[in-house]
Design a protein. Structure first.
Length: 171
């Protein structure tokens, strides 16, 4: 697995954003460090990189970390483990707690370059409600995408970006 840094430009007037990243192997991770969170619309890998032809829809999922110890809805420090070193930035991104639907904004990630650490968070972001997080619950990293398909080549990710302001009412 390789952690890939993608670059891209916002298309003025377009309702979505797009990046292209080089995918070398199955399970490569594309982290959109410039975005706090994204909702992919379409992910496609082009096996013939020279012509960007033969596009194949890509099987993808967000990367995850696992809560370590459980937290109440008022805790702003959330411990985690089972992460992949380097797939996250040191802060400035969203995580989703799928069990409750809560979105947390990560101000700081003490273990972004290791497999465990503590997230310093703003709870109940983007219009969601803060909720308890159970021990071993997964937290979805909303700006890191694991490319699960077996094809390699250039991968285009078209996405909507989540607001930079965690107080924005989205959901």
């Amino acid at each position: 697995m390789t952690i890939v840094t993608a670059t891209g430009e916002k298309m003025v007037g377009a309702p979505f954003c797009a990046v292209i990243a080089a995918k070398a192997a199955q399970n490569d991770i594309v982290t959109l460090f410039d975005n706090p969170g994204v909702i992919p619309r379409e992910v496609m890998t082009f096996a013939n990189a020279a012509s960007l032809s033969a596009g194949t829809p890509e099987w993808w999922e967000y990367t995850v970390i696992r809560n370590d110890g459980g937290d109440t809805s008022t805790d702003t420090s959330v411990a985690y483990n089972t992460a992949v070193a380097g797939e996250r930035h040191s802060g400035g991104y969203y995580v989703l707690a799928p069990a409750s639907g809560e979105i947390l904004y990560v101000i700081a990630d003490s273990g972004y370059d290791t497999t465990e650490g503590t997230l310093t968070c703003i709870r109940g972001c983007l219009g969601t409600t803060a909720a308890d997080i159970a021990d071993n619950d997964y937290l979805v990293v909303m700006n890191a995408i694991k490319l699960k398909g077996s094809f390699t080549g250039y991968t285009m990710i078209m996405y909507d970006e989540l607001p930079y302001d965690p107080k924005a009412e989205v959901f």
